[in-house]
Design a protein around this ligand. Structure first.
Ligand code: 26Y
Length: 819
């Protein structure tokens, strides 16, 4: 019996190996000789999961016993990335397990690479949620992630003939060993129908909602283990299923086919993640998804309250709920409905509870990303919630009128309902009114929020506003992704930095140490070598690890300006063609990123990059000076070898438009230098690493606004800069499109005639800055110094710091140690 226990918890290579073989046989049903790679992966995953389950159980019982206050992080997206490697790091058994597996003559890295990552997010916002879960667990904060278990996550990207092609992400195809379904905690979610007022038997005025249909929400739980602690929190994702019984029983008497149809319809709800980021589409299914996961999660909290026999008033003490953008903002109305209609709490008290419980994070200033639901669509799906929103609005606008007497325009601007023309519900307004705290995700962004989109709200309740600069987890983004640098750093300053990233500052004392510099370069060089091997393997392109690796990887978006980067490449290409003996620092331009399937211009940007790559890489005149690579299917898995291999990180958004950025942090932590605008967290990164270790260019936010104000004309820039004109003309001429002058015309025309993201205005400054990069890279010693200082000074951007700030200033929660 003791031996059985040991096999599930023991950490030595011998026990791990025995446990692995045991799982292979008893879970996958295969002996070593018959097992496939996937069988090995699953057996390995269960071997790791077994070692997490004690922590998970003790965590739950500790929280219950201590009556802890819980952070509930509500997010429509969790871009977790593969679990296996991360869990091995957090358990502290990566090397032991490697030894155990290699002892069986199996390729450990290959088995880790076997995992299909849960791509349940688009980009920055979803990945931030994942980093925050890691830090919450590591900091021993009682917390729960709540979201949607999409059957199909973000699409897989293939590049065919230079264009993006989307392939369905079947991540659950071979099973998911990390989740446990909890059907016993399913909840019912209602939709549609109508409401009617009535007087209850105590003579109270009440409203009854008679919904038209319902679905069942089934929770699937994944343990989230902290780094070298016993805390394992929970990510609870909801799957929609057909209801146990609604009226269908009667309705479907004898109609088997119809009954099955209903089941299919219910399950559609959580089928697929919407692949748009930062572009709102008022689709009914999307609103259903939002309400579904919010209602499931809030009902779950009430069940926990009941199970712990706590009164309703305790709700805001027991739970603090963070809304990750407005995607879960319907929580304001749903929490009010549950309190008022179901639990019979009077309005004012319910409103207190709601406000005290909720807090809202804004992630974007782009007007096209702000969610506003057409009123009739909303009314059709959530008639009772609409009434509640009207009531919230009426009471809120009364207060606005009282504070700003006679300012009818302000009242109209602040209304939860947009009534200029067709009527809409403004979800950001709902979130602001229903929350006690509102934050942006970088200092600049938080300031701009107060000056622009949320100005009226800031003037009305300034005390709600604060900044919480984003961060990323050093566990995944350094310890797991960059083992060579991790080893080197640890050899100098010990391993405390993985939990206390500020300790990286100790590296500063080695910055002048020639031997350390050499080791630093060697580590970077080996990471570049690995990426080069991957590129060779996947794309059959040879890239030189001694060239400067210049990387821009992120969602493809006009405001992120991948096409500005492309203009630089074309400019370099053109100057080599004009002067074939031109001496430049050899560079490899690396791109990665997905375009929203319906975003035509972004897809054309991908085609432009791949078209330039084709010509540049195939031109013997250029050889060995510039290479261009587009890495297909950029996701968490594929990004992990990219950050450690970068020399230069491209963070070149139009100032004022990138709320924070988090890739910028991952690159700098891994020793890349940044070329960037004063935007988002770039501002703070530059402050930390020092202006002399950062390549700054471009207009600042105020200049962008002023230029637009005075009337921006890209045409003038085109005509007054020969290099710019030459680059654009070369694209327009069909040089990169086999003579086709039409292909890139929409892109070129937009730049010449509108250029809403001011590429042409920033071009000269960007090129000049890139020339400085070119020169700086030739001074190897100095570049190495700058690289070390960048990594050494990134402590602020650990998500541990972000989470500590949230805990102290918004959530008011304390760590609870799990023994
Ligand atoms: C409304 C819907 C279409 C929608 C879906 C996804 C709207 C927005 C998004 C995603 C937004 C997003 O990822 N924003 C990014 O959040 C990061 C984390 O805070 C920031 O670092 C990054 O600057 C911001 O663009």
């Amino acid at each position: 019996q003791i031996q059985v226990e040991e096999d599930r918890i023991g950490l030595s290579p011998e026990i791990l190996r025995r446990a692995f073989l045991d799982n292979l046989f008893y879970i996958q049903g295969k002996p070593l000789a018959l097992a496939t790679k996937n069988d090995f992966y699953i057996a390995l995953a269960y071997t790791v999961r077994d070692r997490m389950l004690h922590c998970w159980n003790s965590t739950a019982s500790t929280y219950t016993a201590r009556g802890s206050r819980t952070v509930c992080y509500l997010s429509a997206e969790f871009l977790m990335g593969p679990h296996l490697g991360n869990n091995l790091i957090n358990l502290g058994i990566y090397d032991q397990m490697k030894q155990a597996i290699e002892g069986l003559d199996l390729d450990f890295e290959e088995l880790i690479a076997q995992e299909e990552e849960p791509g349940l997010g688009n980009g920055g916002l979803g990945r931030l949620a994942a980093c925050y879960l890691d830090s919450l667990a590591t900091l021993e904060i009682p917390s729960m992630g709540y979201g949607i278990r999409y059957e199909f996550g973000i699409f897989d990207q293939e590049i065919r003939d230079g264009w993006q092609v989307e392939i369905t992400d079947k991540w659950l195809r071979y099973g998911n060993p990390w989740e446990l379904p909890r059907p016993e905690w399913a909840v019912e979610i209602k939709f549609g129908g109508y409401t009617e007022p009535f007087t209850d038997d105590q003579g109270r005025y009440r409203v009854r909602w008679i919904p038209a249909w319902s679905v069942k929400g089934v929770p699937y739980d994944t343990p989230i283990l902290g780094y070298q602690v016993n805390t394992a929190n929970t990510l609870r994702l909801w799957k929609a299923e057909a209801p146990e019984s609604f009226d269908f029983e009667a309705f479907n008497q004898g109609n088997y086919y119809r009954a099955v149809q209903e089941k299919v319809a219910s399950e559609n709800l959580t089928k697929v993640l919407y692949p748009n980021d930062e572009k709102f589409e008022g689709k009914q299914l999307r609103l259903q998804q939002q309400f579904f996961f919010v209602s499931c999660s809030l009902q779950d909290m009430f069940h926990i309250l009941e199970r712990q026999q706590l009164p309703l008033e305790a709700f805001p003490q027991k739970f603090t709920v963070q809304l990750n953008d407005t995607h879960p903002a319907i929580a304001v109305a749903e929490l009010m409905r549950l309190l008022v209609d179901k639990y019979l709490v009077e309005w004012d008290k319910a409103w207190d509870i709601t406000q005290q419980t909720l807090a809202y994070t804004n992630h974007t200033l782009l007007p096209e990303a702000l969610e506003k639901w057409a009123l009739d669509l909303f009314a059709g799906l959530l008639p009772r919630h609409l009434e509640i929103i009207y009531e919230i609005n009426a009471r809120f606008l009364d207060r606005v009128r009282l504070k700003f007497v006679g300012d009818a325009e302000r009242t109209a601007r602040m209304s939860l309902i947009d009534e200029q023309g067709a009527r809409y519900i403004r979800m950001a307004h709902l979130a602001c009114v229903g929350s006690h705290a509102i934050n942006g995700v970088a200092a600049l962004h938080s300031e701009l929020l107060k000056q622009t989109v949320l100005k009226d709200f800031y003037e009305f309740f300034p005390e709600k506003f604060s900044n919480k600069t984003n961060g990323v987890t050093p566990r995944r983004w350094i310890a797991l992704s960059n083992p060579s640098m991790t080893k080197l750093i640890t050899s100098k300053i010990g391993s405390g930095w993985i939990k206390h990233l500020d300790q990286l500052r100790q590296l500063e004392s080695f910055v002048g140490d020639i031997e350390f510099q050499r080791q630093w370069r060697e580590s970077k060089r080996s990471n570049k070598q690995s990426l080069a091997a991957l590129v060779k393997n996947r794309l059959d392109i040879t890239i030189d690890p001694d060239s400067l690796f210049d990387v821009q990887s992120k969602r493809i978006h006009e405001y992120k300006r991948q096409h500005l980067n492309a203009l630089h490449i074309v400019t370099l290409y053109d100057s080599i063609k004009q002067n074939p003996t031109l001496e430049i620092t050899p560079r490899t331009f690396i791109f990665g990123g997905k375009a929203a399937p319906g975003y035509y211009m972004a897809k054309l940007m991908i085609k432009l990059i791949t078209a330039i790559a084709e010509v540049v890489n195939g031109d013997p005149d250029v050889r060995d000076r510039i290479k261009v690579v587009f890495i297909p299917d950029y996701n968490v898995t594929n990004s992990q070898p990219v950050y450690p291999a970068a020399d230069l990180s491209e963070q070149i958004s139009t100032a004022g438009l990138e709320a924070s950025g988090t890739g910028n942090m991952k690159f700098a932590m891994n020793g890349a230098l940044t070329i960037g605008t004063l935007d988002g967290a770039n501002v703070e990164i530059r402050e930390e690493v020092g202006a002399e270790n950062f390549f700054l260019f471009g207009l600042i936010t105020e200049e962008v606004a002023a230029l637009k104000e005075q009337g921006y004309n890209p045409w003038d820039y085109y005509h007054s800069n020969d290099a710019l004109k030459a680059a654009i003309d070369l694209i327009a001429s069909g040089h990169f499109s086999h003579g086709d002058r039409d292909l890139f015309k929409p892109l070129v025309d937009k730049l010449l005639h509108h250029d809403p993201f001011l590429l042409l205005a920033d071009y000269a400054s960007y090129i000049e800055c890139q020339t400085k990069v070119d020169q700086a890279y030739r001074d190897t010693q100095h570049w190495t110094r700058m690289s070390i200082l960048n990594a050494a000074r990134m402590g602020k951007f650990s998500s541990d710091r972000s989470i500590r700030d949230y805990c102290k200033e918004i959530w008011k929660v304390q760590p609870i140690e799990v023994l």
